[in-house]
Design a protein around this ligand. Structure first.
Ligand code: IMP
Length: 197
């Protein structure tokens, strides 16, 4: 069975392929489907944004489609940047995480809690819809650390590991990440719903 993948991000495509390996699913890219544009991520929640993209691609392609949306929720900022993580100010990842550190400069350690959240939506052309959520809890550091990853990884600290996400190699991050956790749920669902695969 084929599933269309509603993302243009090559890194995500690679991660999704590797986690879903072993299932009899053929992931079809937007490129292969000649779909050039996705709808804007203007929903108020990760779930709405993921569903919106998956519905669009399911309708266009006639295949079941999956899409994800993710971001960082900082407790001291009442959950911001949240769905606006990619547009939180600045044009580069570095500008964005420095802005975050600046906003949090007076916040003491115990209140620097945050989480990455990822929602994956699976939508069939017939309109069947399902979402899967993965969460990774951590804390915002005072200074960036590490050279791997992207986005807010250098300032997201995992107390259990004693490292930021940017100090973890991709293989290590992919064992614990919010996206990997949501994908594991999707994988479990697909393996018990063979009509989709
Ligand atoms: P999207 O899911 O591609 O829309 O990503 C939203 C934004 O959330 C990204 O541009 C990053 O700023 C942030 N983000 C999502 N996942 C991660 C992650 O694993 N590490 C660091 N930043 C992330």
């Amino acid at each position: 069975m084929k599933i269309a993948l509603a993302t243009k991000n090559q890194g995500k495509i690679k991660e999704i392929r590797s986690i879903l390996e072993g299932l009899s699913v053929e992931l079809v890219s937007l490129e292969e489907l000649s779909i050039e544009e996705l709808p804007p991520e203007d929903g108020g929640t990760f779930e709405e944004n993921a569903l919106k993209k998956a519905r669009f691609v399911a309708q266009k392609s006639g295949l079941p489609a999956m899409a994800d949306d993710s971001g960082l929720e900082v407790d001291a900022l009442d959950g911001r940047p949240g769905v606006y993580s990619a547009r939180y100010g600045g044009t580069t990842d570095k500008e964005r995480y420095l802005k975050l550190l600046e906003e949090l400069k007076d916040i003491p350690e115990p209140k620097r809690t945050a989480r990455f959240r990822c929602v994956i939506a699976l939508v069939t052309p017939e309109g069947e819809e399902k979402t899967f959520e993965g969460v990774l809890e951590g804390r915002i550091t005072r200074r960036p650390r590490g050279k791997y990853g992207f986005g807010y990884d250098p300032v997201f600290y995992l107390p259990d590991k004693g490292k930021t996400l940017a100090e973890m190699r991709p293989e290590e991050k992919n064992l614990v990440s919010h996206r990997a956790r949501a994908l594991e749920k999707l994988r479990a669902y697909l393996s018990t719903h063979p009509h989709l695969t």
